[in-house]
Design a protein. Structure first.
Lengths: 365, 394
């Protein structure tokens, strides 16, 4: 079957599964809602951006505030179906932001995982391998330990930390314009260890913020808002598109750099681009959700078993399956146990991974 | 098509190539031969643009490789790597399809089914299209990689040890295919370990050793060149493969230094076996008289030993008789080889020498009537060498 058709069919099916999962998840909570109410309320919530303006926001450290312009996007809602006020509020203000953010984060982590495993030609690679998660952790815990007032201060700090860590790893591992993948892997490990030490130190200094910091480190969608979605969704979709455009190159790079060069790929340039885009998309996810393990490792793995190693189909299916998986995991976290979602993904993911290992299918990759 | 002019390359401070100039035109299949570490692979890498030479020029149809984009180079030159380990299991067809990469834009996902299928058909890999590359044998994978190179629709093929992992059947098949492709107007340059195969399929050989081209030209000429032995650090013997009619090279094991010359009378398989055994043991061997075309004669000639041949079915004439007698006298021992009857030529020698009657191999009736004058009869290599040792002056 042609790859375009296969990709379209698989993506369509997985997107339908995602929508179904989102709807089902929206029904579940302290108050259970019926499917029709939920569907109507979700449709009412749908919005598309229809204009961009500027408003002023406040940035401040220790009481001093500066006014800065902040973009303000206005939205148009195409649906206005009849739903009770309370139900609409529960769906629109409480459940959906968290569910949609979970989907976006899973989408980003699934994408990044598929790309990193191909990039490192190693099925054990995951998005955090180039230091992104550790960098984000330093940024996030630092703002918890030493608070700044700024809209999305923690998220911004985590994002900046993640990107800085990734680029640090890249520069350490590069010499004469070349970045050997093995060196990158080792540099990533070393930087992760170092940043881990820094996070431990910051935790000791966190005082009252300790619990908040630990919850963040475990991966948490509890404080999700539409604001998070507005920041993360466009960035994730854009970077996903960039990475998907490089799916063919990634396939060829799996043959090894020498073969890739002989087939006309500008290997070093492509590596830089892939690393930058993956670091950014991972940073966007980690900044709003904390460190959520195993999604970026397991999901691309499973999808590779199902659809094969061609990145043109692997990247979109991993992204959509990652989104679905994280929504499911967070539903368990939210409704069942009130645990951070990172605990659920790891608790479900690790045994599943061991199961795959026992079936020896991992070796076949 | 491919032209190198004064190319020098060093890797990590070590000179790998020095002043290499060569050209390969369309319709030419050129082999790059030379010992391990001679720089063959590096030379190929300068042509496909993976390595940039420190000095000199690499041109493809008059354009500098360094000035062309990686994509442009790979549209003109396809490389068949020695072996590719594919980390994740692509199917053979997906691997061949990657050969289309230099012709497609990044966002163009359509399959070039026609080109891919034609390339696979050409290499007889259509039956493998759904198989995972990891599950293929070395020979199958090599053919799939060749199909990938064809899918690139290049003007020139670079092959790095295309036959190293193949059995003899597939070696011949793959090189025959490359030769066909060349005849259709492509150029091919292949690093080949196997000198016989190189000589058989290629139009010209380039002998590369220590980063320099030591000999170039048609196979017969290069294989016979003294620099071949130097390059490989071993003595070689060039003969002709009677089936294919192409030159064949044997590397000879190191032999002990013996001072001593042995003259062998008598041809056939027994004579040849005696010549081989004595040569290997380090003796200079002279042979004669034997009829031209005799196997003992060709063994001795290929080993570079003196041989007196006479026309078949004729006895030696005066001059030949003289020459044989001279050689026999100069020798330290005389071996009469062959089954049954004493070879006709034995009479030519006179009777003043110590004679060893050798009956080696499985040919003919087991020896032997005495022919007078012999001091020893031997039936194996070991006995022959012991008898020769005894016969030598101290």
């Amino acid at each position: 079957m042609r790859i375009v058709v296969r990709t379209a069919l698989w993506s369509g099916a997985l997107f339908a599964a995602l929508v179904g999962t989102v709807l089902a998840s929206t029904m579940v909570g302290s108050v259970n809602l019926d499917p029709w109410t939920v569907t109507r309320a979700v449709l009412n919530t749908l919005a598309y951006p229809s204009g961009v303006g500027m408003e002023s926001g406040q940035v401040g450290v220790e009481g001093r505030a500066i006014q800065v312009p902040v973009p303000d996007v206005s939205y148009t809602r195409p649906f206005a179906l009849d739903v009770g006020q309370t139900e609409q509020t529960i769906v629109q203000k409480i459940r959906l932001p968290r569910i949609v953010l979970g989907a976006v984060v899973g989408f980003a982590l699934g994408t990044a995982g598929a790309v990193m495993q191909g990039f490192f030609r190693n099925p054990m690679a995951d998005p955090s391998i180039i230091g992104v998660s550790s960098g984000a952790a330093v940024g996030a815990v630092a703002t918890i330990a030493f608070p700044v007032t700024m809209p999305f201060g923690l998220q911004t700090a985590a994002f900046v930390g993640a990107v800085l860590a990734a680029f640090g790893v890249y520069f350490v591992a590069s010499e004469n314009g070349r970045t050997p993948v093995a060196t990158l892997l080792l540099a990533g490990l070393a930087v992760q260890t170092f940043l881990g030490a820094l996070v431990s130190y910051l935790l000791l200094q966190a005082g009252e913020g300790l619990e908040e910091a630990i919850l963040w480190l475990m991966g948490n969608l509890r404080y999700s808002t539409w604001g998070h979605v507005e920041a993360t969704l466009p960035l994730s979709v854009l970077l996903f598109a960039v990475l998907l455009a490089y799916a063919r190159d990634l396939n060829v790079m799996l043959l090894g750099e020498e073969d890739a060069l002989a087939l006309g790929i500008e290997v070093e340039r492509t590596k830089r681009l892939l690393l930058a885009a993956t670091a950014l998309i991972t940073a966007a996810a980690v900044a709003v959700a904390g460190i959520i393990g195993f999604v970026g490792l397991i999901i691309p793995h499973v999808m590779r078993l199902v659809v094969g190693p061609d990145h043109r189909i692997l990247i979109p299916t991993s992204a959509l399956a990652g989104a679905t998986f994280l929504v499911l995991a967070d539903t368990v976290a939210r409704a069942g146990t009130a645990m951070p979602v990172g605990i659920v993904t790891a608790a479900v993911g690790a045994p599943f991974f061991l199961f795959l290992l026992r079936r020896r299918e991992v070796h076949a990759l | 098509m491919i032209r190198l002019d004064g190319v020098a390359l060093s890797l990590g401070g070590t000179a790998v190539l020095e002043d290499v100039s060569l050209s390969v035109e369309r319709g030419e299949f050129v082999a790059l031969i030379g010992p391990n570490g001679a720089g063959k692979t590096s030379l190929l890498r300068t042509i496909n643009g993976i390595l940039e030479p420190d000095a000199g020029a690499v041109d493809l149809d008059g354009d500098r490789v360094a000035d062309l984009s990686s994509k442009a180079v790979s549209r003109r030159v396809a490389t068949v790597p020695q072996d590719t380990h594919v980390g994740f299991s692509f199917t053979a067809e997906q691997l061949v399809e990657m050969g289309r990469t230099p012709h497609r834009s990044r966002l163009d996902w359509r399959d070039d089914e026609g080109t891919v299928e034609a390339a696979m058909e050409r290499t007889e890999t259509l039956g493998l299209r759904e198989r995972s590359v990891d599950s293929l044998s070395g020979g199958e994978r090599q053919r799939v990689l060749l199909a990938r190179a064809l899918a690139q629709e290049p003007d020139a093929l670079l092959l790095d040890e295309p036959t190293s992992s193949l059995d003899i059947n597939h070696q011949v098949q793959v090189l025959g295919l490359v030769a066909d492709l060349v005849r259709e107007g492509r150029a091919a340059l292949a690093a080949i370990h196997d000198l016989d195969l190189a000589a058989r399929f290629c139009d010209r050989l380039l002998l590369l050793s220590d980063g320099r081209i030591r000999a170039r030209g048609p196979p017969e000429q290069v294989l016979a060149d003294e620099s071949l032995a130097d390059a490989f650090g071993t003595e070689t013997a060039v003969s002709r493969n009677h089936v294919t009619g192409t030159p064949r090279v044997a590397a000879l094991e190191e032999r002990p230094e013996h001072s001593g010359t042995v003259h062998v009378v008598g041809g056939g398989a027994g004579g040849a076996a005696a010549v081989r055994a004595l040569w290997r043991a380090g003796y200079e061997v002279t042979v004669g008289p034997v009829s031209g075309g005799d196997v003992a004669a060709s063994v001795a000639t290929n080993l570079g030993q003196q041989t007196v041949t006479v026309p078949a079915f004729e006895g030696p004439d005066r001059r030949e008789r003289e020459r044989v007698r001279e050689l026999a006298r100069a020798a330290d021992a005389l071996v009469v080889a062959g089954p049954g009857e004493t070879p006709a030529g034995a009479a030519a020698i006179g009777d003043e020498e110590t004679r060893i009657r050798a009956h080696l191999g499985e040919t003919g009736p087991r020896a032997a009537r005495g022919d007078g004058g012999e001091t020893a009869r031997v039936e194996s290599e070991a006995e022959l060498l012991a008898a020769v040792r005894d016969a030598l002056p101290d």
